[in-house]
Ligand binder design. Sequence first.
Ligand code: DGL
Length: 284
Amino acid sequence: MLTASPRPATQRAMTVAPDAPILFFDSGVGGLSILAPARAALPHAPVVYAADSAGFPYGTKSEAEIAARVPALLGRLVERYRPRLAVIACNTASTIALRHVRAALDIAVVGTVPAIKPAALLSKSRVFGVLGTDATVRQPYVDRLAAEHGADCIVLRHGSAALVELAEAKLRGETLDPAIARTALAGLLDQPGGDRMDVVALACTHFPLVEAELSAAAQALGSGALTFVHGGEGIARRIAFLTQDQPWPDTPPPGIAVFTRLDTDVRALAPALARYGLDRIEPL
Ligand code: DGL
């Protein structure tokens, strides 16, 4: 009787075409905070950056909506672009839908989960914050990470949809209202124990894009010593590890940005996308 045996890793590496891209997925521009360190680690990697602009924002949606929407979209993207690896560059989608996506796809899928472990390791006061979307901060996934890594800490949580919009506006080149970052941060600082908070995990991939605005807000609120952490570098290392035996093109093709809806807001992102090496914009 013939039985199927798993192919050896080297053979799997040989079957990956050099021009097969890495697919990054988010609701909007947030995943660029994951794409940037990944590109720095793997400069020859072809990339496709997918944003679900028709479904944006995710942070105010229900678990059921996200769990249904994300695997279906990733299925279509994998069919079209044949990536070697998919990265869910979104904490909301990862904490809710990662296992559904893994079940639906036959390629490796890397998720982005709140950087609670590094925050707990860094916090001296043993009070740290988790700043994410409303959907992310209420996830049992966050409870588990907090229990596992920050059992001796006060873990403050706050969700901000306005900060997600701020990051999108920044990348469209719009003038930003500094009160938005101040209000988001005050959502943590004003909680019991917030005056002792020394580290904030940026648990939404949009938020590292407005880290300068958050630092300025911390100064304005008299909490200048706050340290912000996020998972971008760790995810880049994970992608490099998973693709270490695979071939890359000598010159990578121009990066592609694909949107589920192309509108004027998306068109306004073109200069920022080009700064991230995404020169082509197309609809899904
Ligand atoms: N960037 C996403 C995250 O990491 C979600 C932003 C949104 O669509 O609300 O959670």
